[in-house]
Design a protein around this ligand. Structure first.
Ligand SMILES: O=C(O)C(=O)C[C@H](O)[C@H](O)COP(=O)(O)O
Length: 213
């Protein structure tokens, strides 16, 4: 199966309070060109939302974010998540991610964490919290000594800063929540969310020397 990192330049990070909003919200993201959808396990509604999106939204590739424990990794897999994202990494968490057999993106923010995961054969990671932990200059510095690890930086990224990440050879895509403004979600303004998703899906076109999506 294609890595969730290769489906679009941006993985939307979704925080949902209402299971009923999950399907129309995910449909808007898919229609806007963002098929990989990360639903964070920060709310009571999250597992139900993953279940509904997996069952009902054609073209979506739903994943779970904010996976903090082995139990959450199992629960997300059982709900139908097809990839798992963690903000940081512990040994037991990596073991649980591997056991699910799903794609996963373990969180890293230091070179040593990257190397530890690389020793386990892992080549795709989240860089979190991207802006606070060094931003695009950090990943640019890593590309020469560690050229075979690809990242999805997430945390504080905006439509303005995304192109500087997407231009790097070791960045596959970025994660972010800017296409899901709280007011638009609250107003169920799926048209606005689809438009913001569409703009995000075209961001790679703007990177210097990047390949048009
Ligand atoms: O909870 C997690 O595992 C996360 O991935 C946190 C995310 O990085 C942010 O929720 C992204 O949101 P923004 O920083 O608003 O773009």
């Amino acid at each position: 199966m294609t890595s969730p990192l290769d489906l679009a330049p941006v993985v939307p990070v979704v925080v949902l309070d209402d299971v009923e909003a999950a399907v129309p919200l995910a449909r808007a993201l898919v229609a806007g060109g963002l098929p990989a959808v990360e639903v964070t396990l920060r709310t009571e509604a999250a597992l139900g939302a993953i279940e509904r999106i997996a069952a009902e939204v054609e073209g979506a590739r739903v994943g779970a974010g904010t996976v903090l424990t082995p139990e959450q990794a199992k629960a997300a897999a059982a709900a139908g998540a097809t990839f798992l994202v963690t903000p940081g990494t512990t040994e037991s968490l990596v073991g649980a991610l591997q056991e699910t057999g799903l794609d996963f993106l373990p969180g890293t923010s230091t070179v040593s964490e990257v190397l530890r995961l690389r020793e386990l054969g892992i080549r795709e990671m989240k860089f979190f919290p991207a802006e606070a932990a060094g931003g695009a200059p950090f990943l640019k510095s890593l590309a020469s000594p560690v050229p075979d690890v690809r990242f999805c930086p997430t945390g504080g990224i905006t439509p303005e800063s995304a192109p500087s990440y997407l231009a790097l050879p070791n960045v596959a895509c970025v994660g972010g929540s800017w296409m899901l403004p709280g007011a638009s979600v609250a107003a169920r303004d799926w048209g606005q969310i689809e438009a913001l998703a569409r703009a995000a899906s075209r961001l790679r076109d703007k990177t210097a020397g990047g390949t048009p999506a």
